[in-house]
Write a protein that binds this ligand. Structure first.
Ligand SMILES: [Ca+2]
Ligand SMILES: [Ca+2]
Ligand SMILES: [Ca+2]
Length: 448
């Protein structure tokens, strides 16, 4: 072999060695860690405000089909809804100042065999702030079991099933995981929420994050897996909730995409750019995170640069930054949840354009063999849509708004952010021209 040939071989050897070294370094060390969670009353867990959006509601339904509606000298209101996958019916009677709830806890379509529960006036924290509400409970669905009896003998199981919920005994021995409260703020609906949850701290890469588990389907177990829902999609509540204070700001809130830190429990989660399988003890006393390296595929946005939020039933919510070249995602089928387009101007200032709630179902299938493509970004189409017309004393007012859609049909907030710091560019203005192009009127949009 001549000298040139040897040099080539040496170069090849270096090139071949590098990817191996890089892969070995990038791959996170396989770790498994279990964190203990304590039972706390849900109202002390700091999740109430966000949970309202994900909690179960019963709505006023005076035509509900149900037997055994209590008779009352005062008013009787009927309510129906779905709680943890069950169709539930209930009635509230109002006599003078006493409100009483009859909820079909044994799901037989008959309220005459359910114990009446008298309301207490309490202060509750919901999205709008503190308010006075009527609280009923704690209550429990008849088929829900205490975690302590789940792994117990058959005798214990049947004892748990046949024992009627007894409010007085319950308050003496304390709340447990299958208990829930019903709250009424308004006559139009009832809010149903667990009485307790599990709270603790997980540690990832030497940093602590507050975490909460919620038995959101009210069956007394904390390990029911679900899948994240698209924002604006109808929620189902057959799974439990795993909340992590991802931005470590001490409260459960939303990220910049308005994605809640309360998410349905999924088998896998992305956290701090790594993946973990999540194993929850049935009684919620612990959560185990196990670092994973799932098989990855590629998503190709072409030249478009964007931050994306996608979700799947297996992986939960995934955030990824695509910088003009294909980016990596675990193999799977995803729904697009949110987009922020990014672009650099000639002065190297970054501009961003954030998506509105994505109402159309945009699916992304990632497989090993070839990159999936998604045509996000330009060309953007602006559409002026007349919203409503109304008459005022000064004449007829026509109101309209502008929507901005990209090539994939994703709708964006009109008005870009500049410098990546959330500074909004000047709000768009409007000019109304006549057929000859003369300006008839100019103005600003009412909502920016
Ligand atoms: Ca009943
Ligand atoms: Ca559950
Ligand atoms: Ca937070």
């Amino acid at each position: 072999m001549n000298q040139l040939g040897r040099r080539w071989l040496a170069a090849l050897a270096i090139v071949a060695a590098f990817p191996i070294a890089l892969t070995a370094k990038e791959k996170p060390e396989k770790t498994q860690e279990t964190f203990k969670l304590e039972q706390v009353e849900l109202q002390n867990a700091g999740v109430e405000g966000l949970l309202e959006q994900q909690s179960s509601w019963l709505t006023r339904d005076d035509d509900a089909q149900v037997k055994g509606v209590p008779s009352s000298k005062g008013q009787v209101y009927l309510f129906t809804g779905t709680i943890g996958g069950r169709d539930v019916v209930g009635a509230i009677t109002v006599n003078n100042r006493t409100r009483t709830l009859h909820l079909d806890l044994n799901n037989n379509g008959d309220l005459s065999d359910d114990p009446p529960v008298v309301a207490q006036r309490v202060k509750s924290l919901y999205d709008q702030g503190w308010s006075q509400s009527y609280r009923f409970g704690p209550l429990r669905f008849e088929e829900s079991q205490k975690p302590s009896t789940l792994s117990g003998s058959a005798n214990e199981d049947s004892a748990a099933k046949t024992s009627k919920p007894n409010q007085e005994n319950r308050s003496k021995r304390g709340l447990d995981s299958a208990d829930f409260f019903v709250e009424q703020i308004d006559t139009g609906y009832l809010i149903v929420r667990p009485a307790v949850c599990r709270k603790g701290t997980i540690r990832v890469n030497n940093k602590s994050y507050m975490t909460v588990l919620i038995d959101a389907n009210f069956n007394g177990r904390y390990n029911d897996i679900g899948s994240p829902k698209r924002r604006g999609a109808e929620k189902t509540d057959k799974s439990d909730i795993f909340a992590i204070d991802r931005n470590a700001n001490g409260v459960f809130d939303f990220d910049e995409f308005r994605i809640s830190e309360l998410q349905p429990l999924t088998k896998l989660i992305q956290f701090q750019d790594s993946f973990y399988t999540v194993t929850v003890a049935q009684d919620g006393s612990s959560v185990t995170l196990d670092s994973q390296s799932p098989a990855m595929g590629k998503l190709d946005l072409g030249a478009t640069q964007a931050d994306l939020v996608v979700s799947s039933a297996d992986t939960g919510i995934i955030r990824l930054r695509c910088a003009g070249q294909p980016c990596s995602l675990p193999i799977g089928k995803y729904q697009l949840q949110a987009v922020q387009l990014r672009a650099m101007d000639e002065k190297k200032v970054e501009w961003g354009l954030s998506s509105n709630v994505i109402r159309n179902n945009i699916e992304i299938a990632i497989d090993v063999n070839k990159p999936a493509t998604l045509k996000l970004g330009p060309p953007l189409t602006m559409t002026v849509a007349e919203r409503s017309d109304r008459n005022s004393l000064s004449g007829r007012i026509v109101s309209f708004n502008v929507t901005c859609k990209d090539a994939a049909g994703v709708e964006y907030q009109v008005g870009a952010t500049r410098g990546g710091t959330g500074n909004r560019a000047p709000a768009p203005s409007v000019k109304i021209l006549d057929e000859a192009g003369a300006i008839l009127s100019t103005g600003q949009f009412e909502y920016g």
